[in-house]
Write a protein that binds this ligand. Structure first.
Ligand code: 3PG
Length: 224
């Protein structure tokens, strides 16, 4: 299912919400800009209710949970109705509790990548991408570990996303640059839609139409 999500959409907005009431207008703003797969991080008290509100009120959007750092948070995210789950790392408890079809473990070293792969997780979150060496690191990883695929996040923005999406091992990238906290606080939904549209067109130019890594295929994703 992660592969299907990242084939459908190459850029995942990583959202942190202080107020539950911002969840629905934000999800609509991103969806209007062409981004209908979103990740809401469990970094605030509002996370679970925000995921639930988006799930219930914006059916066009597929909402995942981020910052899932323990099995307890995984459980809370499942209860809230998240479709997929993302962690900055990978503990034994999470690797045992999570489903490789819907959980993206965070990895930063080759040993972590190999360990997560041994546990069944072929698609992984490379985080924090830029701080770790970015595309140069990922390029070096592909020779010894060609079976792995990544969603890269951490320090990615409109100016460097194309270099990531050009790598065969990168299925998608994530980032928070199109959902600035100040815009959310001020309800600047049109500006967020504009940033989302720019992100989508950058992804299209990075990958090109008609290639395997289809951007924004038509129709919504199944939540199954
Ligand atoms: C994440 O958890 O993926 C990051 O917070 C996103 O990174 P960014 O804020 O540097 O885009």
């Amino acid at each position: 299912m992660l592969e299907a999500i990242f084939t459908h959409q190459k850029i995942i907005p990583v959202i942190t919400l202080d107020r539950v009431e911002d969840a629905v207008p934000l999800a609509e703003a991103l969806s209007n800009g062409g981004l209908d797969v979103l990740e809401v991080t469990f970094r605030t008290e509002a996370a679970a209710a925000a995921i639930q509100a988006i799930r219930d009120q914006v059916p066009a959007v597929t909402v995942g949970a981020g910052t899932v750092t323990s099995p307890k948070i995984l459980q809370a995210a499942e209860t809230a109705g998240a479709t997929f789950f993302v962690s900055p790392g990978a503990t034994d408890g999470l690797l045992a509790a999570a489903d490789p079809k819907s959980f993206l473990p965070g990895v930063a070293t080759l040993s972590e990548m190999m360990r997560a792969f041994d546990a069944g997780f072929r698609v992984q979150k490379f985080f924090p991408a830029e701080a770790l060496g970015g595309t140069r690191f990922l390029n070096s990883v592909s020779a010894p570990l060609p079976q792995l695929q990544f969603c890269a996040t951490g320090g990615i923005h409109a100016g460097n996303l194309a270099a990531y999406l050009a790598l065969p091992s990168v299925l998608a990238i994530g980032g928070s640059w199109m959902v600035p906290a100040g815009y959310i606080r001020a309800g600047k939904w049109d500006d967020i839609t504009r940033l989302a549209k720019t992100a989508c067109s950058l992804a299209v130019s990075a990958i090109g139409p008609g290639l395997d890594k289809t951007v924004q295929s038509k129709g919504s994703l199944s939540h199954e």
